[in-house]
Design a protein around this ligand. Structure first.
Ligand SMILES: [Zn+2]
Length: 296
């Protein structure tokens, strides 16, 4: 028998205002978000919260974190497919229940769930599929907040909209409980990428400042991600490209590139270096990232 504690952080102003939650590491290998939350709270020690409350679960999945795996290895569960959870349920459902009830009690204006996806990918804000008329208000609020982070905004794949799986994610489940929620995807898992930590802190701090919860700060570091102007204010559709032949993939387009329709974005080679396939962009698009491995 072993036990883990769920770390929680909070900054509560005496002046009433919006309640915001930051959550991270629901997938145990996605470590960058923990550091972003630490940095936000470090800054709050010097520059106090002006109003409202900021809460955080920096490490939602301590068991997966220990093994640096996406899923909980002992129960083979994805914590982010276990919400809203169940007090009497499986291991993941019990953790999910703890997280979910704590969040619900505070009636937040927005829950921001921090994730990591592919190495060197472009940071982006992800909107869950439309949860239906009954939950329209929470969805609309989340959508309106989505542009405030300064990242490219993406709609979650439409074919997932009907999937009951998405109701089981933290953000999806929150929407179904009428709580606005968004996901930030901030580049690769496993390793803390300092540039993306800075980008995440800048984005979240900017968002809190837009609500009047903190004083805005000028970011002196010019290396931090800046969204190209023509991507601002738009919402993009998520699409994957996959190879139909097997071999070694060489990527021609890099994260952040804007590609034209039919522009070659990757090539698949056989072991002798002969081209097997050229993958082309299906539409004009912005490249968010590519797979973490070059084997097709
Ligand atoms: Zn994740």
């Amino acid at each position: 028998m072993s036990s883990r504690r769920l770390a929680q952080m909070q900054a509560v102003s005496e002046i009433p205002g919006p309640v915001i939650w930051l959550t991270a590491c629901v997938h145990g290998d996605e470590i960058g978000g923990i550091v972003i939350i630490q940095e936000i709270f470090k800054r709050l020690k010097k520059m106090h919260l002006l109003k409202g409350s900021l809460y955080a679960f920096p490490l939602m999945n301590p068991i997966s974190f220990e093994t640096a795996t996406r899923r909980i290895s002992i129960s083979e569960e994805d914590l982010n497919r276990s919400f809203p959870g169940d007090k009497e349920g499986t291991l993941a459902e019990r953790i999910a229940d703890k997280i979910f009830t704590s969040i619900l009690e505070t009636k937040p204006v927005l829950v921001l769930d921090l994730h990591n996806d592919w190495t060197q990918s472009m940071p982006y804000t992800l909107i869950d599929p439309y949860p239906g008329l009954k939950h329209k208000d929470a969805y609309t609020l989340a959508k309106n907040f989505s542009h405030k982070f300064g990242f490219v905004v993406i709609n979650e794949q439409e074919d997932l909209a009907d999937s009951s799986e998405l109701k089981r994610t933290l953000s999806g489940s929150l929407l179904f409980h009428n709580i606005p929620a968004l996901t930030l995807e901030l580049s690769g898992a496993y390793v803390v990428e300092e540039l993306n930590v800075e980008a995440g802190v800048k984005a979240i701090w900017g968002f809190l400042a837009s609500l009047g919860m903190v004083k805005s700060v000028q970011n002196k570091n010019s290396n931090v991600f800046r969204l190209p102007k023509f991507l601002k204010g738009r919402i993009f559709r998520y699409e994957h490209l996959s190879a139909s032949s097997s071999g070694i993939v060489r990527f021609l387009a890099k994260p952040g590139d804007i590609v034209k329709k039919n522009q070659p974005v990757a090539r698949v080679y056989n072991v002798f270096g002969k081209i097997q396939e050229t993958l082309k962009a299906k539409h004009q698009a912005v490249v968010l990232g590519h797979a973490d491995y070059s084997v097709a």
